[in-house]
Design a protein around this ligand. Sequence first.
Ligand SMILES: Cc1cc2nc3c(=O)[nH]c(=O)nc-3n(C[C@H](O)[C@H](O)[C@H](O)COP(=O)(O)OP(=O)(O)OC[C@H]3O[C@@H](n4cnc5c(N)ncnc54)[C@H](O)[C@@H]3O)c2cc1C
Length: 327
Amino acid sequence: MLPSAEEDSDGKEEVRRKVDLIVGSDGAHSAVRQQMMKSVRFDFQQEYIPHGYMELTIPPTTSGDFAMEVNYLHIWPRNEFMMIALPNEDRSYTTTLFMPFEMFEAIKTEDQLMDLFHKYYPDSLPLLGEENLKKIFFSTKASPLLTVKCSPYHVGDKAVLIGDAAHAMVPFYGQGMNCGFEDCLVLTDILDKYGDDFSQALPAYTKFRNPDAKAICDLAMYNYTEMRALVNTKSFLLRKMLDRILNTVFPNAWVPLYTMVTFSRTRYHECVARRAWQDKVLHRLGITISWTAMIGVGLALWTHLAARHGGPSPLDIVHKWSTNIEL
Ligand SMILES: Cc1cc2nc3c(=O)[nH]c(=O)nc-3n(C[C@H](O)[C@H](O)[C@H](O)COP(=O)(O)OP(=O)(O)OC[C@H]3O[C@@H](n4cnc5c(N)ncnc54)[C@H](O)[C@@H]3O)c2cc1C
């Protein structure tokens, strides 16, 4: 149908179109979602984190190479804040500084900025270039980061949300865009299944996708702490090592959470459930090892004292029991 146009109350031109389906892929502040909130029983939750982000750049070296090892996510974890760098095809690195907004706002002069970098990121300064860093920092504003969860993702057979419009997440799992593309795959599969009958396909899409979107939003929020703080702890490194060993021994049964989420199509909520199972197994294994070690130490001490002061040792008692059983 041809669009019809008229003036709305603000004097702006309002265009009306009749369409088969509205697909709201209009991002975290979705206008489609805002309209949906008025028309159906709609759950909505939004959370800004105290940190903002600013994108800096590490350019290629003068010889045109990557300035750091490529094929890695480089992290400068500083507990309350952090910086990360990801390689680009043009051999530069997008370098993102995450800090509480108060820290961004407290830096008012070039000297303050240099003090921060000399103290926390000295090795990055020759790569970023001091002048380059000052120029970007004082010409850019830190941007906010938020999580959006909502449900349902559809209105009848008329509208559906995909991507950040349905589930914006903080960027610490690097899954926001992937999750949006996966929405497209899931929706396409479901449309095929129901022969493009929107009245059946859209509710099925909401039902299938909602637990996964919520799970990845939560995982991304968890990684917010992991990346800037937990990676500095011994327990985190020990767990990483255990995961690597167990994955080598049982490649199909024991897949680390990050690998499952990033490199497989395992549904996000299943990744979370499998990780919970792994935690339980390691916890029980830990208890078993602790008890075994305690009993071992106890028996060794008993044997030592028995030998020193006389009296039956654990072996004597076992021997006596077995003799009694023979009788
Ligand atoms: C710092 C940072 C790092 C990230 N890193 C990663 C990463 O490593 N990997 C990853 O997978 N994801 C990452 N993401 C997330 C990723 O950028 C988003 O999840 C993704 O861009 C969402 O895509 P989208 O199309 O749903 O929404 P958007 O990219 O926000 O696109 C929405 C579009 O709709 C348009 N629009 C909005 N309102 C209207 C309107 N009223 N009318 C018409 N058009 C409208 C906008 O102009 C825009 O073009 C990162 C995000 C951030 C902030």
